[in-house]
Ligand binder design. Sequence first.
Ligand SMILES: Clc1ccc(Cc2nnn[n-]2)cc1
Ligand SMILES: [Zn+2]
Length: 261
Amino acid sequence: GACCSYRLRDALHPLWQSPLTIPGGTRQSPINIQWRDSVYDPFLKPLKISYDPTTCLHIWNNGYSFLVEFDDSTDRSIIVGGPLENQYRLKQFHFHWGAINDWGSEHTVDSKFYPAELHLVHWNAVEYPSFEEAVMEGNGLAVIGVFLKLGARHEGLQTLVDALPAVKHKDTVIEFDVFDPSCLLPSCPDYWTYAGSLTTPPLTESVTWIIKKKPIEVDEDQLEAFRMLLFTSDGEEEKRMVDNFRPLQPLMDRTVRSSFQ
Ligand SMILES: Clc1ccc(Cc2nnn[n-]2)cc1
Ligand SMILES: [Zn+2]
């Protein structure tokens, strides 16, 4: 029956240790955002972002992406408003990208891929004592997604790109102590929002997604700098870090809301 074919579809993907789809998952990410099916919600507030650049700690190649991690022991870097009931603390940001410019983002808009996507990961420190606990709760995380498109060189991103050769291999870290990630956000306030999940294990359904409508522009050299990173550790056979995005997941019984008409 349907259930067994569904089970059969839980193929193990080479990039993943866990199944591609969570059996019983009803709010998995990423999804395609069909613009015409999104519903304008006039009660959505503007998203308020206040990051303290001195909370930036380091850049780490974790063998899946590169993370820029922040000191989340206080409320110095937070977001509030938008679809959120509480304020959320910035924990880290990272990117997903493709081997070529035709794909790379996790979310798509009207089935169009962007060459890359930025994720700023925040957690609900009002209701939960740690990031690890928030990861397990339906309202534990808030991730801002920003699409990257090919265009002009992004000066703010360049300071990050210049540091990437130092984290070429998996499990390498470099100190990175002043960076304001709000320079990576488009000036347009418009966003879509929906209830979803992490896109890597544990794939928990704990994320309120806030996807910015407008992309930021980066140039080819900056995307190529992402693609020279490695999934592999120093001494192993080199595997370029590319195509680190999860396949699209079914929308199921969800509505994507927009903050704009
Ligand atoms: Cl470095 C890193 C951290 C988390 C994820 C997974 C993810 N979940 N939601 N957005 N990204 C991918 C790479
Ligand atoms: Zn991500």
